[in-house]
Design a protein around this ligand. Structure first.
Ligand SMILES: NC(=O)c1ccc[n+]([C@@H]2O[C@H](COP(=O)([O-])OP(=O)(O)OC[C@H]3O[C@@H](n4cnc5c(N)ncnc54)[C@H](OP(=O)(O)O)[C@@H]3O)[C@@H](O)[C@H]2O)c1
Length: 247
């Protein structure tokens, strides 16, 4: 007799739309119930939640600002109450701001660090308290490979999360594997000017954008390959490769 499939569930931050929603829908298709976090994108979250349920999976929704550590603690507890079998945390939510050091004020600095680094730090801590065995995947940015100072505080916040990825892998092994994905250009940020995509495509070796599915398939690979931890993989068309040679 066939054994019933093992129950699986994943919490995805920033899961209402764009790459976060693609991650949620693919994991739902792979058999995961989804704890879907969002903040302001209520309509998109309801739409994504409906698609998850139409795939035959359960979806619990959590609305809140990741700058608030109390909300993070409450959300993780509620997510485990909804899905005691929760075993995956994907930190996909992030805030993108352009400013070199000279134009970065303390407010912008604090906001970027809070959303992009402090939130995943405490999500990791809280998730690890309840999770008996599983995975954390941090969605980072290929920009961590260069000192592109026009995104000074943004890159610092993502680089800190890349370091946390390895540190958490050490602390929570062998119970929880922790890995990162650095996307290159996939979808233009909603506040970027036209020409941004073309400029970035010109910077990578493949001279094109990736798709959300390229990021999603990397996440599925990291979940399936149980001998990987503490790693960050670049899904960026080779943008992180420093080119030299020729004259
Ligand atoms: N798109 C790309 O080409 C690209 C390139 C490199 C790296 N990445 C990384 O890949 C991940 C997903 O990319 P994306 O473009 O889909 O992300 P995004 O649209 O820039 O942001 C994802 C979500 O983050 C949530 N968020 C922002 N501030 C928040 C806060 N204070 N509290 C709670 N949630 C907050 C937003 O949720 P609400 O809308 O619900 O408010 C937003 O929908 C991000 O980590 C990003 O840095 C993307």
């Amino acid at each position: 007799m066939d054994r019933p499939a093992e129950k699986k569930a994943a919490l995805i931050t920033g899961g209402a739309k764009r790459i976060g929603a693609s991650l949620a829908l693919r994991l739902a298709a792979e058999g995961y119930d989804i704890a879907l976090h969002y903040n302001s994108s209520e309509a998109e979250a309801i739409d994504t939640g409906g698609k998850i349920r139409s795939l035959g999976r359960e979806c619990a929704m959590f609305k809140g600002d990741l700058k608030d550590v109390n909300f993070i603690q409450e959300m993780i507890k509620a997510a485990f109450d909804s899905f005691p079998h929760l075993s995956v945390l994907i930190n996909s939510a992030s805030l993108f701001r352009r400013a070199p050091i000279k134009d970065t004020d303390p407010g912008m600095f604090d906001e970027l660090i809070s959303v992009n680094y402090r939130a995943p730090f405490f999500l990791t801590k809280e998730f690890a308290r309840f999770c008996t065995g599983g995975n954390i995947i941090n969605i980072l940015d290929t920009k961590v490979s260069a000192y592109q100072n026009v995104y000074a505080a943004y890159i610092i916040s993502r680089s800190a999360l890349k370091d946390l990825t390895a540190m958490a892998a050490v602390e929570f092994a062998p119970r929880i594997r922790v890995n990162g994905i650095c996307p290159g250009i996939v979808l233009p940020a909603e506040n970027e000017s036209s020409g941004y995509v073309e400029r970035l495509e010109g910077r990578n070796l493949l001279k094109r954008s990736g798709s959300p599915e390229d990021i999603v398939s990397a996440a599925v690979f990291l979940l399936e390959n149980t001998f990987i931890t503490g790693q960050t993989i670049f899904i960026d068309g080779g943008e992180n490769i420093k080119q030299s040679g020729g004259s």
